[in-house]
Design a protein around this ligand. Structure first.
Ligand code: TXA
Ligand code: MG
Length: 320
């Protein structure tokens, strides 16, 4: 038997309302992907430009054939290997897919999330659920239900509770519409993971090459200015910050010399997956303290840190 909140969420989707749903990456702001008025409400709630495409969340891999036309063989292989999971496939759209969902492009982004609440909702609803991350446009994605409530409030009809998102950063996006598969956004599933299934090289596209949202340099940013600092320079940066109030996110524990009312220190896990899981909650927490600057210890250069480095680079970028 499905829990009462799922039935309520399905009823809201059917009448064109908005439901925030937990996924293993971040929370999504969901609407019936076949209802143009409902999809328009997503853009209004987020304050997002209407030409930006949104990902369609599916109940099962069989739905790939209803949303993609044709279905690239690579999409079938990747769906089999990684769905449900933190991987979005960009594929040629089927004719019925709304321009509002695709941003008028000939392709559509599809994913099956790996979260019991999201899966229960998708199964009970049966159709596709269009869902960008459930944050205001340009802000950090929410890994917890309370972030969604604080940021979107009454603009959402229902926020489904699903605990802290396991991955904590957005899905890997792989574009399968070109001659070779290309990663448009790095995530928990790496180029290497994809190559192992496809038996072919997977390119990682520099985001400035595309014009999709989430590719804007200043996307995923806290309001407080954020700076990346090498570990070897942390002490000096703090020592020379004068009367300015700093937030620090580091893999190291807080040193004894810092003054807790001037420097808010948050220790993040030292492994890439743990750091990704903690990242947005820590930045949202520090962003709420009215500090002058957030200083983040630059992550290592290894392959495993590519997705975290990507998000931090964007968060540190200021449009001039
Ligand atoms: O983990 C995630 O992917 C989360 C959860 C909720 O599923 N969703 C998410 O959605 O991050 P959003 O809208 O914040 O980011 C989706 C990204 C955007 O950068 C968008 O440009 C890209 O996917 N995208 C969607 N459809 C596309 C398409 N047809 N072609 C190229 N990029 C596309
Ligand atoms: Mg987003």
């Amino acid at each position: 038997m499905e829990p009462p909140e799922i039935a309520q969420a399905v009823a809201i989707l059917r009448r064109g309302g908005l439901v925030a749903l937990p996924t293993e990456t971040v929370y999504g702001l969901g609407a019936d992907a076949a209802n143009p008025d409902a999809v328009r409400r997503i853009f209004a709630a987020k304050g997002r430009p209407a030409d930006h495409p949104v990902i369609v969340h599916l109940p099962e891999a069989a739905a790939l054939a209803r949303w993609a036309d044709p279905v690239p063989p690579a999409a079938e292989a990747l769906a089999r290997a990684f769905w449900p999971g933190p991987l979005t496939l960009i594929v040629p759209r089927a004719a019925h897919v709304l321009d509002l969902v695709t941003g008028g492009q000939p392709s559509v982004g599809l994913r099956i999330p790996d979260h019991p609440v999201a899966r229960a909702l998708l199964h009970a609803f049966g159709g596709g659920v269009a869902a960008p991350s459930a944050n205001r446009f340009g802000r950090l994605s929410p890994p917890r239900a309370e972030h969604v409530r604080a940021e979107l409030g009454d603009a959402v009809d229902l926020v489904l509770e699903g605990g802290a998102s396991r991955v904590g950063i957005e899905s890997t996006i792989v574009d399968l519409t070109g001659a070779e598969p290309a990663i448009l956004r790095p995530g928990a599933i790496s180029a290497r993971d994809l190559e192992a299934v496809l038996g072919a090289p997977v390119r990682v596209v520099e985001r400035s090459e595309t014009r999709a949202p989430g590719t804007l340099e200043s996307h995923y940013a806290p309001r407080t200015p954020l700076r990346l600092v090498e570990r070897s320079e942390l002490t000096e940066v703090i020592r020379t910050s004068g009367s300015r109030r700093l937030g620090v996110l580091s893999r190291l524990p807080a040193p004894a010399y810092i003054l807790p009312d001037r420097v808010r220190w948050r220790q993040a896990p030292a492994d890439a997956a743990g750091f990704a899981h903690a990242l947005y909650a820590a930045l949202r927490d520090l962003d709420g303290l009215g500090l002058d600057e957030i200083v983040v210890e630059a992550p290592p250069m290894d392959e495993a840190w590519v997705p975290v480095r990507d998000r931090l680079r964007r968060a540190a970028h200021r449009e001039t």
